[in-house]
Write a protein that binds this ligand. Structure first.
Ligand code: PEP
Length: 257
């Protein structure tokens, strides 16, 4: 089964809701200018929570070939969880995707594999597609444990999620040492782990699920590095931080084909 490439821009804590308008408009204009075909790759923008409503209104109002998502979601339905945002709230804002388990959440907010799993389950229950982030630190890579470590994170994140749902979700392999550092993994490094993730999903479920799940690479992806990464057989897209704030760069990444 052909997997549609997915290019997702994680804006992190950048762009207030006013700045978001300019960024999405410029992105849409540049995509059009480059002859972007939404059938050939998916273009996803992931603003901070405060920008989601504005971005939704712009995308829907102008019928832009862009979908949007959120950077995190609560594992709870509703209630006394100050500062949290529920999956239901995100679904009402037209979000298609939600990132769970980004390494910055794991690092600064102590998110564990169990919590990432609970968030993914909650997102799926409200019709959102989780982008589940996994990936090793430099220490783990230097110890040669990067494949085992990352596959263990995948197993933890998918615990109890049925094959039918796993087939539709997205896993982002993001080696922590490559995020925001300018240190992009080689295409071979990225393929090694993305291939192992697909084999693990196939072993946990079945061939069809393994072939269907989309796996992104993330970590300092730029227009100049995307083509070689996308040429690898088990890489179906990119999760992009810094370059997604530059409309020309992100449009070039989306239009990699
Ligand atoms: C990210 O935050 O998911 C990311 C990959 O960031 P950057 O592209 O800036 O390394």
């Amino acid at each position: 089964m052909a997997r549609k490439p997915i290019m997702a821009g994680n804006w992190k804590m950048n762009m207030n809701h006013v700045d978001a308008v300019g960024l999405v408009q410029k992105l849409a204009f540049t995509l059009q200018d480059k002859g972007y075909d939404p059938e050939a790759s998916e273009c996803v923008v992931i603003p901070p929570f405060t920008g989601i409503r504005t971005v939704q209104t712009l995308i829907e109002g102008d019928r832009l070939p862009i979908v949007h998502g959120a950077q995190d979601v609560s594992e709870h339905d509703d209630g006394a969880y100050t500062g949290d945002i529920s999956a239901d709230m995100l679904a009402k804002l037209g979000c298609t995707y939600v990132i769970v388990g980004h390494s910055e959440r794991r690092q600064y907010h102590g998110e564990t594999d169990e919590l990432v799993n609970a968030k993914a389950v909650k997102a799926l229950s409200k019709g959102l597609t989780p982008i589940i982030c996994v990936g090793e630190s430099l220490e783990v890579r230097k110890a040669g444990q990067h494949v085992e470590f990352t596959v263990a994170q995948v197993r933890g994140a998918l615990a109890g999620i049925p094959a039918g749902q796993v087939a539709g979700l997205v896993i982002a392999y993001e080696p922590v040492w490559a995020i925001g550092t300018g240190e992009v993994a080689t295409p071979e490094d990225a393929q090694e782990v993305c291939g192992a993730i697909r084999r693990a999903v196939t072993e946990l479920y079945d061939e069809a699920t393994g072939q269907s799940v989309r796996i992104q690479y993330g970590g300092s992806v730029k227009p100049g590095s995307v083509t070689a990464i996308m040429a690898k057989p088990d890489i179906d897209g990119a999760l992009v931080g810094g370059a997604s704030l530059k409309p020309d760069d992100f449009a070039a990444i989306v239009r990699f084909y």
